[in-house]
Design a protein around this ligand. Sequence first.
Ligand code: GLV
Ligand code: MN
Ligand code: MN
Length: 411
Amino acid sequence: MTGRATDLMMEAAVQAVERCRVLAGFTEEPGFITRTFLSAPMHDVHRCVRQWMESAGLQVRIDAAGNIRGRKGSRKSGCLYIGSHLDTVPRAGAYDGILGVVLGIGIAGLKVNLPIDIEVIGFSEEEGVRFGVPFPGSLALIGELQNDLLARRDAAGISVQDAIRNFGLDPSGIAAAVAKEDALGYFEVHIEQGPVLESLDLRLGVVESIIGQSRFQLTFQGQANHAGTTPMHLRHDALAGAAEWIAAVEREARMTEGLVATVGQCNAAPGAGNVIAGTVQTSLDVRHSNDRIRQSAADRLLQCAKQIAERRGLAVNWITRLEQPSVAMNPAWTDVLAGSVHAAGFSAHRMHSGAGHDAMIVARRMPTAMLFLRSPGGISHHPDESVRLEDVEAALAAGCAFVAKLGEQYA
Ligand code: GLV
Ligand code: MN
Ligand code: MN
C-alpha cells in the first residue's frame, strides 16, 4: 500500500472503532450494552447507521425483518452482500457483530468504481435473546423466516410479528427482504471471540467452517412448599434437581474432546428465599464441530435430565429452540479471502468458528466467506470485549483487497 492508502486505512479503522463506541451508547439497560431484537434503542442505532451509510454513498432501506441495508452500485454484474448483526446479548461488549457492520460501511466507502454492487446489511437479530431463536434477520434475507418463528412470543407475550409492527415496520413485507437473484455472495467480518489468534500472535483468521449448535429450553417441575416445615426427604425441589443436572452437563462435556455445553440461564419460581422452588426453567447450548457427536451428546444430556428428575420425583420437559448443523464456508471464496489477507501483508490462519454467525445461515443460499480478527484476551459476550486498532486496520485492508478481487472475478 502507498503511504496515502495506509493513512486512509488507519483513518477508516479509527472511525470504525469510534462508531462501535457510539452504538454502544444505545442500550436497554443503562450502564451496560443490552440491545435485543427490535428494542427501542435499535431506532437510534438505525439513525446513526443510516447516516454513515448515506455518507458512504449507499442507498438505505430498512426491510420488514428490521435489517438495515445500504446499497451502492447500479446492478452491474451482481451484488456482494457484506454484513453482520446489530443486536447484542445482555451486558455485551461493543464489537460482536457491530464491528462487521461498520467495517462493511468502511469498505463500501473506500471501494469506488467497483464493477459489482455492494449491499451492506446490519442484521436485526443474531443472538436469539428476545425470542429464544437466533438468526431471524439473516433467515429473512434467504427467504426462510417462517410463520412459526413470526408467531413466537417474548417474555412479555409480544409476538415477532407484533414486535415488527411496534417498531413501525410491516411484517407482510417480509418477502421483499429476500436477496435478489443477482446475489454473488456474502462476506462477514467478525471478532474471533476466542483466544486462538491471540495465542498465535496473529491479527487475522480465515474461517473455514462454523460449528453446529443445538439449543433447548428445559423446565423442571417440582412442588413449591414451605422452606421451614418441609423435611428434606419429603421435598420435590426443582432447583436442587436442576443444579444436579447442570453439574452433570459440565462433567459430560469435559469428557468429550471438542464438546462445549452450557447452561447460561436458570430461572427459579416462585423465587423467594423461604420457598422451595417449584419450577425451574433453564437453557442448554451444545456445540461440536462434528454434528453426530453434538447430537448424541445433546441426547445424552437430555436423558440425564430425565433420570435426575425421575429419581427426585420431578417432571422435566424440553423444547428444541435450534438444531443448526456445522456449515462450511465456500472453499473457492475462502481461498480468495486467504489470498487477499496475504496480499494485504498478513498471515491467513485457517480456523473453525465456535460462535454462530449470520454467515452460517446466508451460506445456505450463496457463496459465503468470513474473516476473523483477534479478540484481546479471548474475551467476548462481556463488557471487556475489545479490539486492537492495528487489527481493525488489517481487517479493512484484507477486506478491501477481497472485494477488489471479487470485483475483478465477477466484472
Ligand atoms: C452467537 O454469538 C453465538 O451464540 O454463537
Ligand atoms: Mn454474539
Ligand atoms: Mn456475533
